[in-house]
Design a binder for this molecule. Sequence first.
Ligand code: PLP
Length: 394
Amino acid sequence: MTAVLPDKHGFFGTFGGQFVPETLMAALDEFERAYKQLKRDRAFRDELHDILGEFVGRPTPLTEARRFASLANGAFRLFLKREDLNHTGAHKINNAIGQALIAKRMGKQRVIAETGAGQHGVATATACALLGLQCVVYMGEVDMARQELNVFRMRLLGAEVVPVTSGSRTLKDAINEAIRDWVTNVRTTHYIIGSVLGPHPYPMIVRDFQSVIGREALAQLKKKTGALPDVAIACVGGGSNAIGLFYEMLPHPSIRMIGVEAGGRGAQLGEHAARFSGGALGVLHGTRSMVLQDEFGQIAETHSISAGLDYPSIGPEHAYLQEIGRVEYHDCSDDLALEAFHKLSESEGIIPALESSHALGWLLRNGQTIARDAVVVVNLSGRGDKDVPQVAAL
Ligand SMILES: *Cc1c(COP(=O)(O)O)cnc(C)c1O
């Protein structure tokens, strides 16, 4: 299990790889080489560490949530890893800063990204403003209308937001546009992918930048409890906050790890984004993983109350961890996530993101199965301010 993955072709077992046009292979190669070299570069590591400390606000706190634990019928101790307290309100900034720094070191003055709900777009625009990089964000027209405030935020931060009018005018169409731009401008441009998705080396690099979450959590738990946690839980969209929490814990077989996907409104295709219960092996956006698709291999529509979990594929490393049985994956419905959203707000004074509420919802329903005195850590991937208008309208 401690074998170093991905392998040199970017595979985690049979998942992952580089399913991209030939024109992008050189750019992926350049990105990987730059990363491998910078990972050992003292000045780069110091710069990243300083920005995470002084701009992002790391290390994020670890907060014990006693009242929520008792609502979950638990006799366990519950700790929340507070990624919601990062600058810009979620874990995505950890990766955006890391990749923007690499782009700058590679001499690429232009960054592109794509965004669905706008969270990754805001994180990328923020990183580019900080580092003085040009930033272009592709966003489906439908998503732009739904997420007006984030569009305005990105523009305030100096980014150009390009409306995508093709297809369903949502995230997958924005991804296609971003890839098209990258193919055309690859010499001057770096494409910042926001989760552990896409072709190798993205799933590896995004994981490494997010693994600061679990590294900090282990040290903080050790200080507070004197031991390793027994259970670690995180929501899984593409899977970056979850792998960020889990990665440093993988070598410890005593830690039970649980990823929670969006169960949406029901088990029928189109009503959820639960790739493990409803998906099949497939290739989407450059990587082979579990994909929600119809009987003809056409990518399925997905639904979740939370935009950040609403994606038809999952990071290839998660597909691998599920296959080997190291991490369990479960679903949480829209309704249960909403219940957890309210309960955490009322019992702890923390309004969680609807994404993170899925991890909390699973615990709310299954808390009674967790051993007495167990130590449980939940990744609170983001804050819920962005979701308040949506919840208020429900
Ligand atoms: C984007 C987002 C997620 C989902 O993305 P992952 O890559 O699965 O972490 C989860 N929580 C929040 C707050 C997000 O913004």
